[in-house]
Write a protein that binds this ligand. Structure first.
Ligand code: ADP
Ligand code: MG
Ligand code: ZN
Length: 595
């Protein structure tokens, strides 16, 4: 029997793939983890990795990301173990045939063929067990994107109508947005709605070892598409081949990628709107795409698929709650309010996590408490009570978090501190202070921005006030505060001496952090640095004076937190209403300017 191709990857790669929700199925062994990827991510070979030393939280991680875990078959070598992975799903027999055909020696022969999978139309299995296509009803909270894509559906259904009028439909639609917002789902829904075949491929699959293979795969994909037309060709992770060519690769060796990209451009130019092939691309990094891809006649329409707002989140929660038994006390509206910043994938994950918790407690239905617990998990990683902090570390963390809470309670901006916890969660976060905005904010007023700065620095300030020395635990806060102050000066025009001039360019509309400074004189740059520094210093000073004035409250709250691990609800509220605002804080807030 021929053997399968097995890729050895690092444990870190494995973790990344799990977190990116790319992993389909896993076999855990003490010395080895075997796994395969989901079809969307190149269901082409088997991966194996050696677990790192502390692997006890792996089962929990796999549950969280909904990875199937298959029991290892005893007394087996690698291949039989991989068979277990395969045979655990009846739907994968085609792959088994592929496995038997493939051997390292035969590999070079089949590689020119596209690996695009055809779904006709995309079948998914609902919880009721019937087969249905993904439709727009399954995608919520992205109404504008849906609206744009409805036109594409209409065209696929009734191309004659458009041709008669002489309307030109876009050849390519580029879905742009952060990971997990539903781009892949939307593309599938277009195919499902139009009831046409859906050819799906990840751009990374084009690029392989041998030069020329990618280009030939692209050609093959388009030939297949033309035969199947009307149909949709979906190219996921377009940035993998579509990177700007001018960017240059210092190490060289991007010939293959360039050739593949060129072939894609040629193919796109080579068919017209009448062919009935519609190309949908997806990327979360539009700014690095080669401009040639976005030219007219190629991906000439961009559709932004952004994180949902509150009502969008509610709609998404409703869609995903359909599949689970939800108790009467569950208030999806309240959950939507508290999940600002979550993507559709995060929300789907939240519901699943809550359902798992309910099942673990042998409940008939998911109750609100399950959602609350699930939210904390999703927000801050899995609870790892086993992780032991030394008494002094715990004390430092407690004061740090209470510092955030007290300063935050006195600042404007409609942000309530709803919970403080010093139960370590996941890696990195030792404690956390959960702020629940009363509503989604699209605008931050100057005083709120200053309040945010002071709140971020409240943790560090508490350490200084109480211990007279600081820990490394505030690095994330400091990073965030610096970014915020920098944006106030360079993007929001909040420094009167500089005026409302943008000194930074945002490279991507939704990944707010990707900015570069405009070319500017050294003087202006120095002035910007001075103003950023000044606003941070002021905010830090304010945080400190708040905590010095409220030292008794700081101590008593930290004590309670140390005994109870968590402060929340009415108890927390009652404590925070005792906080008093020092005079200089009021002056600073009322000053009407950030710097
Ligand atoms: P992307 O391609 O943008 O990274 P996906 O389409 O792969 O995101 O989303 C992953 C999963 O998250 C989906 O299969 C779905 O379960 C859920 N999801 C994401 N966005 C939405 C949405 N807008 N509505 C409903 N479910 C969503
Ligand atoms: Mg995707
Ligand atoms: Zn902090």
């Amino acid at each position: 029997m021929k053997t399968a191709t097995i890729s050895h990857v690092t444990f870190g790669t494995f973790l990344e793939q799990v977190k990116a929700q790319k992993v389909q199925r896993v076999t855990l062994r003490p010395e080895r983890i075997d796994y395969i990827l989901k079809p969307d991510f190149g269901f082409k070979r088997f991966y194996t990795t050696r677990p790192a030393d502390n692997t006890d939280d792996i089962p929990a991680l796999l549950r969280r990301y909904q990875v199937d875990v298959v029991a290892p078959v005893d007394n087996t070598g690698a291949v039989a173990g991989l068979m277990a992975l395969l045979l655990s799903s009846g739907a994968l027999m085609g792959t088994l045939a592929w496995l038997l055909k493939t051997s390292p020696g035969a590999d070079a022969m089949g590689t020119g063929k596209t690996k695009a999978r055809t779904y006709s139309p995309t079948p998914t299995r609902t919880r009721q067990g019937e087969k249905t296509a993904v439709t727009f009803a399954d995608v919520a909270g992205v109404d504008e994107a849906k609206q744009e894509l409805k036109e594409v559906v209409d065209f696929l259904k009734d191309g004659a109508k458009y041709r008669k009028i002489g309307a030109k439909l876009p050849k390519g639609v580029l879905l742009v947005g952060p990971p997990g917002t539903g781009k892949t789902l939307l593309a599938k829904a277009v195919a499902g709605e139009a009831n046409v075949p859906f050819l799906s491929v990840a751009a990374s699959e084009f690029v392989e070892l041998y030069v020329g293979v990618g280009a030939s795969r692209v050609r093959d994909l388009f030939n297949k598409a033309k035969k199947l037309a009307p149909c949709i060709v979906f190219i996921d992770e377009l940035d993998a081949i579509g990177k700007s060519r001018s960017g240059g690769n210092p190490n060289g060796g991007n010939d293959e990628r360039e050739q593949t990209l060129n072939q894609l451009l040629t193919e796109m130019d080579g068919f017209d709107g009448d062919s009935g092939v519609i190309l949908i691309g997806a990327t979360n990094r539009p700014e690095i795409l080669d401009p040639a891809l976005k030219r007219a006649g190629r991906f000439d329409r961009q559709v932004l698929v952004d994180r949902p707002d509150r009502s969008g989140r509610l709609e998404i929660l409703k869609v995903h709650a359909q599949g689970v038994l939800v108790a009467k006390d569950v208030d999806l509206g309240a959950i939507a309010t508290q999940t600002s910043g979550f993507t559709g994938a995060d929300l789907a994950n939240l519901i699943n996590e809550a359902a798992l918790l309910a099942a673990r407690h042998n409940r008939q239905a998911v109750i609100m408490a399950d959602f609350r617990e699930a939210m904390e998990r999703v927000v801050a990683g899995l609870e790892l009570r086993s992780r032991i902090l030394s008494p002094i570390e715990r004390k430092t963390v407690a004061y740090h978090e209470v510092g955030h809470a007290i300063v935050g309670a006195l600042m404007p901006g409609g942000t309530q501190v709803s919970k403080i916890s010093i139960v370590p969660r996941g890696k990195g976060a030792l404690g956390y202070t959960m702020q629940t905005p009363e509503e989604d904010r699209y605008l931050m007023l100057e005083d709120e921005l200053r309040g945010q700065l002071a709140t971020l620095l409240g943790g560090r300030a508490a350490e200084e006030v109480v211990f007279g020395k600081v820990s490394s635990g505030a690095s994330d806060d400091i990073q965030k505060a610096t970014d915020l102050a920098e944006r106030a000066v360079t993007q929001y025009g909040m420094a009167p001496d500089l005026g409302p001039i943008a000194f930074a360019k945002t490279q991507s509309e939704f990944l707010g952090s990707d900015t570069t400074r405009r070319p500017m004189s050294g003087e202006v740059a120095a002035e910007i640095d001075r103003l950023v520094k000044q606003s941070i210093h002021q905010a830090h000073g304010v945080a400190k004076s708040v905590l010095m004035l409220n030292r008794d409250l700081l101590d008593s709250m930290a004590q309670t937190l140390l005994t109870e691990d968590v402060l929340e609800g009415d108890q927390l509220k009652a404590m925070l209403t005792q906080a008093r605002s020092p005079v200089n804080t009021q002056i600073w807030l009322a000053k009407g300017r950030v710097v």
